[in-house]
Structure formats: structure tokens, C-alpha cells
Design a binder for this molecule. Structure first.
Ligand code: HEM
Length: 205
């Protein structure tokens, strides 16, 4: 592999893989801080898991609610909140003509909150991703994109985020005074000025 290609690949792995996961984790922790009953339900799940052994796959299988919390957080606040495509040739859609090289932006943020698809669309409800509810969101839930360019790091990202959230919640109770979750939509979607307090669950006061 030529040196330039190698550097480009390392750079894309850092930019695509680092900020997106960091933003998703920030939003998730903020949402858990604002919804203490959900945080305590998650604590019950993680408290029953022994993280001291190296059997990460079996631990992962037990962290079902942690996964749902992250999925729901990325529904409300998808770090990749839009993605773009350029048309390869002239085309028409809904009676409008589009020239070759037209750039299309897919608005994932709006799709993830569309009231036609989501009940109580703006509410943080991790249970909606519980497989027991047998809902298929595959036509309108795209935190990692879709098709041939879908995120190549999606499984790694979920694995990393589930463990990070679980280990934090196991040790800390998270609090915030933020009334609203404010967004900062740049290349990725970030939360604005998040201040969280982490209190050791086992501290003796
Ligand atoms: C929460 C974390 C992440 C989110 C929300 C996310 C989201 C996305 C999305 C939506 C795309 C598709 C963009 C498009 O269709 O135009 C994408 C592509 C990509 N992601 Fe991720 N990503 C995450 C984590 C990661 C991680 C951890 C890595 C690598 C370790 C990674 C590497 C990539 C790469 C290399 C691409 C380009 C794939 C291609 O064009 O074939 N991502 N990501």
C-alpha cells in the first residue's frame, strides 16, 4: 500500500471512528442523567454482570438494555445526522429533473423523529428497541447508514459503546442540571456544553 494511501486510511479511521462514538456516548450519558429511572434500570442490569472475567462475548449478550439505551440515544441524536450522495447521471424524481453530479443530502435526524414512524417520537424510550416488541425499524433507522457504504466500524462501535456505558453506570451515578439537550450540528452532531456530575455509587458520604 503506498504511504499516502496508508495515511489516508488511518486518518479516516480516526475521524470516522473517534468523534462519532464520542458524541454518541456523550448524548447517551446525558440522556441517562436526565432520565434517572432509566439509569437505575440499566444499573440493575450491569450490576448483575461480572466484568472481572475476560468472557466479553457472554457479557455483551447480557447487556441488552445497555444496547437499547445506545440505540435509542442514536435515534434521537444520530452522530452522523445526514449523509450525502452525488448522482451518477441525469435523473428525475417526483417529476423534478436532476442533473448529473447533483448532491443529495439524506436527513437522518428528521427521519429518526418522524411521527409517522415513531410513537412519541421525541421521547427517550430505550424499550422501543427491545426485540420482544418485535418492531422492525430497518426502513427508517440508519445511525450507521445503509447499503454498500454503510459504516464499516458499526459492530466495533456498538461493542465499545455498550461496554463503556455499562462500566461507567456500574461505578457512577450520573447527574445533570441541564434542562434541555442542546445540539451542535457540525460535520457530526454534538451536544452543546454538556456538564455531567459523576458520583461514585459506593462512596461513603
Ligand atoms: C457511533 C459510532 C459511529 C457512527 C454513528 C458511524 C456512522 C457512520 C455512517 C452513517 C457512515 C456512512 C456514511 C455514508 O453513507 O455516507 C459511516 C461510514 C464509515 N465509518 Fe462509521 N460510524 C461510527 C463508528 C465508526 C468506527 C468505530 C469506525 C472505525 C473504527 C468507523 C469507520 C467508518 C468508515 C471507514 C466509513 C466509510 C465506509 C465506506 O465508505 O465504505 N465508524 N459511519
Amino acid at each position: 500500500m503506498p504511504r499516502k494511501q496508508l495515511i489516508d486510511k488511518v486518518l479516516i479511521l480516526f475521524t470516522a471512528g473517534h468523534e462519532t462514538s464520542a458524541n454518541a456516548l456523550s448524548f447517551t450519558l446525558l440522556l441517562l442523567a436526565k432520565h434517572t429511572h432509566i439509569q437505575e434500570k440499566l444499573f440493575k442490569e450491569v450490576d448483575s454482570i461480572d466484568f472481572d472475567n475476560n468472557d466479553h462475548i457472554s457479557q455483551l449478550g447480557k447487556l441488552r438494555y445497555a444496547k437499547q439505551c445506545i440505540e435509542e440515544s442514536m435515534r434521537l441524536f444520530p452522530p452522523a445526522y445526514f449523509f450525502d450522495r452525488a448522482s451518477l447521471g441525469n435523473d428525475t424524481l417526483n417529476g423534478y429533473a436532476y442533473k448529473k453530479n447533483t448532491v443529495w443530502l439524506m436527513n437522518i435526524y428528521e427521519l429518526h423523529r418522524h411521527p409517522d414512524y415513531w410513537e412519541d417520537a421525541n421521547k427517550f424510550m430505550p424499550e422501543r428497541f427491545d426485540p420482544a416488541n418485535k418492531k422492525d425499524f430497518s426502513d427508517y433507522y440508519f445511525p450507521f447508514g445503509a447499503g454498500p457504504r454503510m459504516c464499516i466500524g458499526n459492530n466495533f462501535a456498538m461493542f465499545e459503546m455498550i461496554f463503556t456505558v455499562a462500566l461507567i453506570i456500574k461505578k457512577y451515578r450520573i447527574q445533570t442540571e441541564a434542562e434541555q439537550v442542546e445540539i451542535n450540528p457540525l460535520i457530526t452532531l454534538k451536544p452543546k456544553e454538556v456538564l455531567l456530575k459523576f458520583r461514585d455509587r459506593y462512596e461513603i458520604s
